[in-house]
Design a protein around this ligand. Structure first.
Ligand code: GRF
Length: 239
């Protein structure tokens, strides 16, 4: 067996993808160990799954941080190495029709939350950070502090659609609403855009005329649980 890579995971919810990766690590079907699971929301089922597998867990409560930022952000609240101009020039997350103030608020409030994650995550020194149903976008502030080797992507995400179709938060919903006859999921690296990074793997499934949105989600998740461990192994093989 090859040397095992160290993996960190971030989640927001139920964590069925996390479970598939935990199982793949435990039964040695991939050369990886999960060191931690972080969540942007307290009390989610995925945290329980991690704890059951003796994986360290932590929460950075994004909703609470964003609410408190809405009362005002002082310069002293921002990470010491935060440079708004630099992050603004790199970011591709907020559309051009947003006001300067809206963009600044978005980048500042997310960087405050991201710094809290970084303070914990960087102490682990993982080879790969896996977003397993993590429903927050990551700004260049965070990405640049994980991707420290130029040209080497270290953050992976799973998206519930066949990218580049249907980026955004509701891939299966958008696939269903469009009336597609094929759906799928994509594992890709994170870059500065939303769901735009290099594709690592994809799996497709057929959609029957009478399939409901729930049918599509069920078929899609089944594919995700196989695809994600496979893509992590692909990364481990190239490491
Ligand atoms: C998955 O469909 C994933 O593609 C999307 O969010 C869902 C998370 O499911 N990003 P789970 O938390 O892994 O069960």
């Amino acid at each position: 067996m090859a040397k095992k890579i160290s993996v960190g995971t971030l989640i927001s919810g139920g964590g069925t993808n996390l479970q598939a990766i935990i199982d793949a690590c435990l039964n040695n079907s991939i050369d990886a160990n999960i060191l931690f699971t972080g969540s942007d929301s307290p009390g989610v089922k995925g945290l329980e799954r991690a704890q059951k597998a003796n994986i360290d867990t932590f929460v950075v409560d994004y909703s609470q941080i964003i609410q408190s930022c809405k009362k005002g952000i002082n310069d002293t609240d921002l990470p010491k190495d935060f440079n708004l101009e630099e992050i603004q020039s790199k970011q591709q997350l907020v559309a051009g029709d947003a006001s300067k103030e809206q963009i600044a608020f978005f980048l500042k409030s997310r960087a405050i939350a991201e710094r809290k994650f970084l303070d914990i995550i960087l102490a682990y020194n993982v080879d790969l950070l896996v977003l397993a149903g993590f429903m927050r976008v990551l700004t260049p502030y965070f990405i640049d502090r994980i991707n420290t080797d130029p040209g080497r992507y270290k953050i992976m995400n799973i998206h519930p659609a066949l990218l580049p179709s249907f980026p955004g938060t509701d891939g299966y919903g958008d696939t269903f609403a469009y009336g597609c006859k094929v759906g799928g999921c994509t594992v890709h690296f994170i870059d500065y855009g939303e769901d735009t990074g290099p594709i690592i793997g994809q799996k497709a499934f057929e959609i029957e005329d009478d399939d409901t949105l729930d049918d599509i989600k069920r078929k899609g998740l089944k594919k995700e649980w196989k695809l994600y461990p496979h893509c992590i192994q692909k990364f481990a093989d190239s490491f």
